[in-house]
Design a protein around this ligand. Structure first.
Ligand code: ATP
Ligand code: MG
Ligand code: MG
Ligand code: MG
Length: 439
């Protein structure tokens, strides 16, 4: 992409309404625009990162054997009356009446709808296990939308629903989700720690939230510092291997890590003092096994091996896709701007032309652009007639991992400058060597 042809409405001033760094940088880097409280347009740069995060989530879900589909944002209230949640959900639910006077709502989550799909089409235990998921916009009329996309009212969520014959199978599905989430977050450059969570009104012992440690997080968290040493890495995983998935769950959840909702001071105090940590975290996902809550109330049964109807065992598993942009920036930035992890960066490398219009500089930039593109990368070429200082500030703000700076003076010596955004280190190299390092 050439910046002269792109749409990157960078702000010079720091927007006063933004209280935390990720919100400030997302506004300043022209990634989002607020349209109403907690409702945003995703401008091209923000949309690009959102899509990268979605891609990772899709890949990791499908690697785990989970099947994508797409359910609508608007739902009929009748389904929610069946489960009893239409009245229970409260003011967070946006309720709408259509022209015929029918009660509708903008979905805050999809348990009812997916259970309806299931009961309409699945009747035998032989069709299990089944996991259906989608990445779709949700609406929750949050009392205090804030921190930009972190607590929006309209937000993008991956929500997946598992259907199994037995509790044992449902817990394997739970473990599969835990593993696939660990992988997905790591690919986004994040450490998200599974912490024991509260089942809330649904109840249930099997629920974990994934938290990214950050001072600006809304949850208070208590953990054994040993949990931060755990990484999933690139180990091989067989998602059908029940024992292997269970092993990962045990490895990642056996040490103390809880949010304030489930915190137990006595247990916490059993950890050696030097390992006790009290901090703040951002909830970027949650997994939940809830058994037959919806299958009982909505009549989702399958015929078991003995021919008798059994209510299906269910779980639901969510990732806060749009919130993740904020979480990643909170975890990875400096005072100049965002520092994108390679896995989610909107462009891989910036090219800054110090003297637009200079034949040698223009030619070298075009050649770099072509080489990077041919190598399968997406460069962003700042080809505008602007001062170098402004170009650097924009590149630092939008946080691409690499920047290649090209000027007539360097070219006389056959070199360009390659700068790593994370370390700030620069080196002079031939253009070919610079491309080789970025690729
Ligand atoms: P929170 O405690 O932050 O209100 P939640 O527990 O109500 O979140 P879930 O129902 O568990 O949310 O939804 C799954 C994921 O969706 C959450 O882990 C979070 O990452 C994301 N999410 C929830 N509410 C919002 C919101 N208002 N804006 C952006 N993302 C959200
Ligand atoms: Mg909530
Ligand atoms: Mg929560
Ligand atoms: Mg939650």
């Amino acid at each position: 992409m050439r910046l002269s042809r792109y749409f990157l409405p960078v702000l010079k001033e720091t927007p006063s309404e933004a209280q935390i760094v990720s919100h400030r940088y997302m506004l300043r880097a022209g990634m989002i625009k607020q349209q109403a409280a907690g409702i945003y347009s995703w401008l091209p740069l923000g949309f690009k990162v959102l899509r990268k995060i979605e891609d990772i989530v899709h890949e990791e879900q499908q690697r785990a054997g989970h099947i994508p589909l797409l359910m609508p944002t608007l739902q009929s209230a009748d389904l929610w009356r069946e489960s009893g949640r239409y009245d229970d959900y409260g003011e967070e639910m946006l309720r709408i009446t259509d022209r015929h006077g029918r009660d509708m709502l903008y979905g805050p989550t999809n348990e009812e709808m997916v259970t309806d799909i299931f009961r309409s089409h699945v009747s035998s235990y032989k069709d299990l296990p089944l996991t259906l998921y989608h990445i779709q916009w949700k609406f929750r009329d949050e009392i205090r939308p804030r921190f930009g996309v972190m607590r929006g009212r309209e937000f993008l969520m991956k929500d997946g629903y598992t259907f199994d014959l037995t509790k044992e199978d449902a817990l394997h599905a739970y473990n599969r989700h835990l593993v696939s989430y660990l992988r997905a977050y790591e690919r986004m450059g994040l450490q998200a720690i599974p912490m024991r969570a509260d089942g809330g009104p649904i109840g249930g012992d099997y629920t974990h939230e994934f938290l990214v440690l950050a001072e600006t997080g809304e949850s208070e968290v208590f953990y054994d510092s040993d949990v931060t040493d755990l990484t999933f890495g690139d180990r091989e995983i067989d998602y059908d291997d029940v024992a292997q998935c269970q092993g990962v769950l045990e490895e990642f959840t056996s040490r103390y890590a809880r949010t304030d909702e489930t915190h137990d001071e006595a247990l916490f105090n059993e950890i050696p003092e030097e390992r006790r940590r009290v901090a703040r975290g951002i909830e970027v996902g949650q997994i939940f096994y809830f058994g037959t809550k919806y299958s009982d109330s909505m009549g989702a049964t399958v015929q078991g091996p003995d021919g008798k109807p059994v209510p299906v065992e269910m779980g639901s598993h969510g990732i806060g896709v749009s919130r993740l942009l904020g979480a990643i920036i909170e975890a990875s930035h400096d005072d100049k701007g965002i520092i994108w992890p390679e896995g989610v960066t909107p462009f891989h490398c910036g090219i800054v032309n110090l003297k637009q219009g200079d034949e040698a500089a223009d030619g070298a930039c075009e050649a770099l652009y072509e080489q990077l593109t041919n190598a399968g990368l997406e460069p962003l070429y700042d080809d505008r007639k602007e001062r170098a200082g402004g170009k650097f500030a924009t590149m630092d703000l939008i946080g691409l991992p690499w920047r290649i700076t090209v000027g007539p003076r360097g070219l006389k010596n056959g070199v360009v400058e390659l700068t790593c955004r994370r370390t700030g280190e620069s080196e002079e190299l031939s253009p070919e060597a610079a491309v080789a390092k970025v690729v």
